[in-house]
Design a binder for this molecule. Structure first.
Ligand SMILES: Cc1ncc(COP(=O)(O)O)c(C=O)c1O
Length: 413
């Protein structure tokens, strides 16, 4: 579900023509629909209304302030993985009491900053990390509230780069060792162990891996009781999939229907960390056709956007629907590529598209998650502008980088 669509052959975002936005901002530009972001948040929130819950938007999916602030105004929390994400979450006004902090490599400085700001809790990924947090908290005379991330050894049935809950992945402590780790961590005097955290992967379309994971961590919770460890918070992570092509992902309501019967009897607080579900379909990348090149064996549509702007097709061979912003007559088959000096710089291969020409606009759909947040300056390209649309109005929430921005921080004179 999203608010991008065609009216009289023209692509709109909510009530504005995409072409009109691009004319003002130039290209490439990311365009986000505020209503889509809000409704996706509300869908998850509503699905879990029967239990005490906290939705922590996973900033890594899209950490643009326009998006974070939109969610903050809805009462959403944040799932962070770095000092930078902590900084942006707080700057956007997210209540510290709604921030959870995951990630396998937290530094002492990052831990101290999170403790000083009294975040809701840490999701610890290893015993050495617990030992370090205990020391940092002790120095600050604080007690850190923690969950331990458990790797349940469950296959989330998604791309191998975004599956995180198998025993060969670097995340969390293995379920077979988890009891022992919880008991050791519970003995560290500056930590309070109150949660179990899991996050088994991203773009998950099937509910079964979640159910399997949940059953495993509920059994673990039970196993911890005799040791006096009372787990009052279960964090079931993010990962809910979206439609890029022809997937049939479970809806939040369907997801809740399966997991709530397991969670409700426990009386625990449920934490969710959705990223892609909230912003994935809420954004598009709009780019101008530079050239139509007839190669030896293929046609190429060469855009002014590249893999530095949206790396998902190159990195994960991810599929994104590609459309002409204005429908035109005729069709032809082409690879849609960027200007970067890499053969991996493509958005789609062998696509049948309207007969676009130089100067026409193309939109890469469902680019709101892991799009701008993974953008880089590769080939000294300036990062694109970002626009947030609300009804008939739009706002540039990030200006296009300037050439001076490319020199920022460099010492050379
Ligand atoms: C710990 C954690 N939580 C939540 C997320 C968000 O995942 P998604 O965007 O698939 O919802 C991620 C993504 O990698 C993650 O690592």
């Amino acid at each position: 579900m999203h608010y991008f669509g065609f009216k009289k052959g023209e692509l709109y975002c909510e009530n504005i023509r995409v072409r009109d936005i691009a004319k003002k901002t130039g290209t490439p530009v990311y365009i986000y629909s505020k209503r889509t972001v809000i409704e996706h948040f509300q869908k998850i929130d509503a699905a879990f209304f029967e239990v005490d819950h906290l939705i922590c938007y996973s900033l890594k999916a899209n950490a643009s302030m326009g998006i974070i602030k939109t969610l903050q105004q809805e009462g959403c929390g944040a799932d962070i993985v770095s000092g930078g994400e902590l900084y942006k979450a707080l700057e956007a006004g997210i209540a510290p009491g709604k921030i959870v902090y995951a990630g396998v490599g937290k530094t002492k400085e990052e831990m101290a900053a999170a403790l000083k700001n009294n975040i809701f809790m840490f999701n610890l990924e290893s015993l050495p990390e617990a030992v370090r947090l205990n020391a940092v908290a002790g120095k600050l005379k604080k007690i850190a509230e923690v969950a331990i991330r458990v790797n349940p050894d469950v296959d989330a049935d998604t791309h191998r780069y975004i599956t995180t809950g198998k025993k060969e992945n670097k995340f969390g402590v293995n379920i077979s060792k988890a009891g022992e780790v919880f008991r050791t961590v519970a003995g560290l005097k500056n930590l309070k162990v109150s949660g179990i955290h899991t996050h088994i992967g991203s773009q998950i379309t099937n509910i079964e891996p979640y159910v399997l994971t949940l059953k495993k961590i509920i059994a673990l919770r039970q196993e911890l009781l005799p040791a006096g460890i009372n787990i009052s918070r279960l964090n079931i992570g993010g990962g809910l999939g979206i439609i890029y092509k022809n997937e049939t992902p479970a809806t939040p309501a369907e997801f809740a229907k399966r997991v709530l019967p397991l969670l409700k009897p426990l009386g625990v607080k449920v934490i969710l960390e959705p990223g892609r579900f909230i912003v994935g379909n809420a954004g598009i990348l709009v780019s101008e056709v530079q050239y139509i090149k007839k190669g030896e064996v293929k046609n190429y549509i060469i855009l002014d956007a590249g893999m530095n702007d949206l790396i998902r097709p190159s990195l994960y061979e991810a599929f994104h629907e590609i459309v002409a912003v204005k429908k035109t007559a005729g069709r032809f088959k082409a690879d849609v590529v960027g200007p970067i000096c890499e053969s991996g710089d493509f958005f789609g291969k062998g696509r049948i598209l309207p007969k676009v020409k130089e100067g026409d606009l193309i939109a890469v759909m469902s680019a709101g998650a892991y799009g701008f947040s993974m953008a880089s300056n590769y080939n000294c390209r300036r990062k694109p502008a970002e626009v947030l649309v609300a009804g008939s109005k739009f706002k540039v929430v990030r200006r296009r980088e300037s050439f001076e921005d490319l020199l920022k921080g460099e010492v050379y004179k």
